[in-house]
Design a protein around this ligand. Structure first.
Ligand code: DMJ
Length: 638
């Protein structure tokens, strides 16, 4: 050990005599003290300063992105509504320890570990920020103004509500959350029926016969003016054995529903929700009322195919019999024109009228031959005049392309596995996915599907992509390679983590995966992407994965998700609502909209996931359309 030299006592604390406020004194004193330091000490100080500078530069983009969020506008995927961001949704720095201020917003700590929430997961739990935050609540004894797990009161701030409004909210009495974990399947099925009844209560009271419930304002929203939620929910009520509700809805269909209306409807949405819903209800009930209505709407949608290329327009006026593309383009969306086939093909089979099938088969044949694909992956737009793909070079399995891939497989299944072109396109596309879009995240090596734009990979994944594990598993069940099932399981884990790693346990609309080594967490969510629209894709895939593997962890994951929908999206006076911020369990910021697919799809898939009866819509007899409406697999003779 060396003996302390005089220099060792030089300190950088400036507490000398004299006028230490004088700048000159301070400068001279500093310089003198600097000179008195040993070379080692000076080098150490210089090294530390340099290190701090490098760290500062490295974190600059993250910090600026964080603050840019203050002025960003949220673009809804539907309707492109612009809204101001609520400033207080800004996250805390990832390393900050949770402090319980009355209106704290944002995450409760780093999300850098995989969350184990289901009993079957083989991943180690190392940290659970939601639990941590709850513990912090207790320790610091402060009472949050809005209790987590409370039902949303209808007079709480709604869509686009400001932070100010949030602060003015009254204390909402917590509704006791029943703990159903490890409960028998019977109770879980009952919980799904309860959720449906609650959703239906709101719809019935405030939006009966209208398209969508706005549960917070106790009103409704119109899209097509055709009772969309009611029709989308018909077969769900039948499957959940809610006969009283079903009968009321059936009476409305028979007495009130008319398609003879001067309204523009979107071809894809009305096909998958209305035509699909009516066909499936006909199959389940055998009641020809629904087949007649299906034929009526199917026929009214046919003018969409009167285009120079036979690639249909996006919009049809079902009263006038005219069709047109959107105002700003003559393009249609690829997913939209290639995800109407199951329904129109089935309509032809049932009515013996070949026109419906001929129209949609022609679209598939044209798309099959088109230039502009990359390894079987399709661009997102197609022109209704030229019949060619447009906006070439951009590839995704999310919005605008997703169900193209789903319907390749499902048409092949529907038609008795004879249409080999469809299967070839599906298999080729999957190879394209593996080659171009499949990557692993850091630090936990989650397998995810990103996007490609003119050769540039982006680690962005829409929640919509979570249909893929289910579709892959379905293909494997019908004899496609076993590695499809392996990939399905990996992607299923990823989709679950998109829920489990959020503070509300609900997935955002879009995530970005980290890929660089040394990342502290796998998933990042941009401010504009933090909403949850009650979408079904993950629950849908959980249903397929459970049916085929019987691994209980998939049920447990689904159970957690259902409980979180109940905690954060249930509105006390009836209905469930989309929310703006899945990262804020104290104020998820209700949007005041219950999408029809919550009843048509999400709750139906929950029920099927928890049901022990494999004959309840056997996957050897039925194929689900992209809106969860089951249609029969055709007998092999057809
Ligand atoms: C539904 O209308 C359908 O599942 C569609 O394929 C995708 N979007 C919604 C649900 O997220």
């Amino acid at each position: 050990m060396h003996s302390p030299s005089r220099k060792d006592f030089v300190s950088l604390t400036f507490t000398g005599s004299g006028n230490y406020n004088s700048k000159q004194w301070r400068r001279q004193s500093c310089w003198r003290k600097w000179k008195q330091l040993s070379r080692l000490q000076r080098n150490l100080i210089l090294f530390t300063v340099a290190l701090m500078l490098v760290c500062g530069i490295a974190t600059y983009p993250a910090v600026t992105e964080h603050f840019r969020g203050l002025t960003v506008v949220v673009k809804e995927d539907e309707g492109h509504v612009l809204k101001p961001v609520i400033p207080e949704v800004l996250p805390e720095p990832p390393s900050a320890k949770p402090k319980r201020a009355p209106h704290k917003r944002g995450p409760h700590g780093p999300q850098n570990r995989l969350q184990k929430k289901g009993t079957g997961s083989d991943i180690q739990v190392e940290e659970n920020p939601i639990q941590d935050a709850k513990k912090a609540d207790k320790e610091e004894g402060e009472k949050p103004l809005v209790k987590r797990g409370a039902l949303i009161e209808a007079d709480q701030a709604t869509e686009g509500g400001t932070a100010k409004e949030a602060e003015n909210k009254v204390d909402v009495p917590a509704v006791e959350q029943k703990d159903h974990s490890h409960e028998p399947e019977f109770d879980r099925l009952e919980a799904v029926r309860d959720a449906f009844r609650h959703a239906w209560k709101g719809y019935k009271e405030f939006a009966w016969g209208q398209d969508e419930l706005r549960p917070i304002s106790k009103s409704y929203g119109e899209w097509f003016g055709l009772g969309l939620t009611l029709i989308d929910a018909l077969d769900t009520m039948w499957i959940l054995n809610l006969r009283e509700e079903f009968e009321e809805a059936k009476t409305w269909v028979s007495t009130e529903l008319s398609f003879n209306k001067n309204v523009d409807v979107n071809l894809f949405e009305s096909t998958i929700r209305i035509l699909g819903g009516l066909l499936s209800t006909y199959h389940l009930t055998g009641d020809t009322l629904f087949l007649d209505k299906a034929k009526d709407i199917g026929t009214r949608l046919m003018p969409a195919f009167n285009t120079p290329s036979k690639i249909p327009y996006s919009d049809v006026n079902i009263g006038k019999g005219t069709a047109h593309p959107p105002r700003w383009t003559s393009d249609s969306t690829v997913a939209e024109v290639t995800s109407i086939q199951l329904e129109f093909r089935e309509l032809s089979r049932l009515t013996q009228d070949t026109r419906y099938r001929a129209a949609v088969d022609e679209v598939m044949q044209k798309v099959h031959k088109l230039e502009g694909k990359q390894d079987g992956l399709v661009p997102m737009f197609i022109n209704t005049n030229s019949g060619q793909f447009t906006h070439l070079g951009v590839f995704t399995l999310g919005a605008r392309a997703d169900s193209y891939y789903e319907y390749l497989l499902k048409q092949w299944i529907q038609g008795g596995q004879k249409e080999t072109e469809l299967l070839d396109d599906y298999l080729q596309a999957l190879e394209g996915v593996k080659k171009n879009l499949l990557k692993k995240s850091s630090p936990n090596s989650l397998t995810f599907v990103g996007e490609l734009s003119h050769g540039q990979f982006s680690p962005k994944m829409d929640h919509l992509v979570c249909f893929l594990p289910g579709t892959l598993a379905l293909g494997a069940h019908h004899g496609l390679p076993a590695d499809h099932m392996e990939l399905a399981k990996q992607l299923m884990e990823t989709c679950y983590q998109m829920y489990a790693q959020m503070e509300t346990g609900l997935s955002p609309e879009i995530v970005h995966f980290n890929m660089h080594e040394g990342s502290i967490r796998d998933v990042d969510v941009k401010l504009a992407d933090r909403h949850n629209l009650l979408r079904p894709e993950t629950v849908e895939s959980l249903f397929y994965l459970y049916r085929f593997t019987k691994d209980r962890k998939y049920r447990d994951w689904g159970w957690e998700i259902l409980q979180n929908f109940n905690k954060y999206t249930k509105v006390s006076t009836g209905g469930y609502t989309s929310i703006n911020n899945v990262r804020d369990p104290e104020y998820p910021s209700p949007r005041d909209k219950m999408e029809s697919f919550f009843l048509g799809e999400t709750l139906k898939y929950f029920y099927l996931l928890f049901s022990d009866d494999p004959e309840l819509l056997s996957l050897d007899k039925y194929v689900f359309n992209t809106e969860a409406h089951p249609l029969p697999i055709w007998p092999s003779a057809e």
